[in-house]
Design a protein around this ligand. Sequence first.
Ligand code: NAD
Length: 333
Amino acid sequence: MSIKIAVIGAGIMGADHARIVAEDLPGASLSVVCDMDLARAQAIADIYETEAATDPETTIARGDVDAVIVASPDFTHAPLSLACIAAGKKVMCEKPLSQSSSECLGVMQAEEAAGKKHVMLGFMRRYDPAYIQMKRALTDGIIGRALMLHNWHRNGSTPATDFTGAMAITNSAPHEFDILRYLLDSEAVSITATQPARSDDKVAPVVMVLQTVDHQIVTIEVNNNAAYGYDVKAELVGETGSIATNHVSYVRLDKEALKSVGHDPDWRNRYAEAYRQQNRAFLRWVQGGDYPELASSSWDGYAAAVIAETGVKALETGIRQDITLISKPEFYA
Ligand SMILES: NC(=O)c1ccc[n+]([C@@H]2O[C@H](COP(=O)([O-])OP(=O)(O)OC[C@H]3O[C@@H](n4cnc5c(N)ncnc54)[C@H](O)[C@@H]3O)[C@@H](O)[C@H]2O)c1
């Protein structure tokens, strides 16, 4: 029997999730596309010959909706995840769970009260082949104990002119916070954050240094105005070797004494396989499987939110800040 999935939010990410569900997820069907802007929902619903809706809560409660993908803006994630928990439906919610750690705690409490997990988060790098191989290099002992993880997150330009360094930490960096916790299997205990000066009024890169409880060092550069394109990369340095992501490109151009590869401006192409595998894992879970092994849970969303909140404080004060999480509830062990 096909699992009927609703997609909430018909923007850039929602359109991609709708496409995956409708065309690339055997065993699932797209039952409704919901966006507060009916025209947006309708445009995508028309492509896949399904229904459009404008109210997320009513959509979640519908009898012909078995599971939900939330791809509306950040501030809607926690309330809509709570609505899914209340309706007893599983949700694949885009990152971040919330920009507020206390809102994340509210979702965790609701899940615990419901007695089982309902939420997986769209921290899809855990499903990316490059990061999977980096993780394997550690677990298989190929590079020895991890010492350092370096991360670069660069975009061509910011979508909004009023984008700030704090927004780089709360909006772009949570992917880095999640992947560092996942790869190193350790918690970050402190963070510093600083910015160089730009000569124009665009937001300058934010550079963060974190330390883990196991005394590993993590560096993160978030450069939202890198000018040359979308470019995310990482290098994991162990005691006996190092493993780095390769630039992903299908072709190389040789011309006028130059060898060049392009930077795809669209991150959905770079992570296409990760999104596909993530949504497949979600479907297997909805079909009755165990909670996906690689999935990022509400606990992981809470941890990413605490790191982001602390990172903003570090940027504002210029002083290294301690990161303090609550003890991990047994429910998420
Ligand atoms: N996992 C990733 O790699 C990744 C990448 C980009 C964005 N994101 C996340 O995905 C989410 C969506 O990002 P986007 O770039 O698609 O944004 P977007 O602005 O393109 O689309 C958001 C859509 O949600 C709709 N919307 C707003 N409030 C709503 C509500 N209350 N109910 C229903 N619809 C509502 C808007 O009308 C819009 O169509 C964000 O939370 C973002 O952080 C994740």
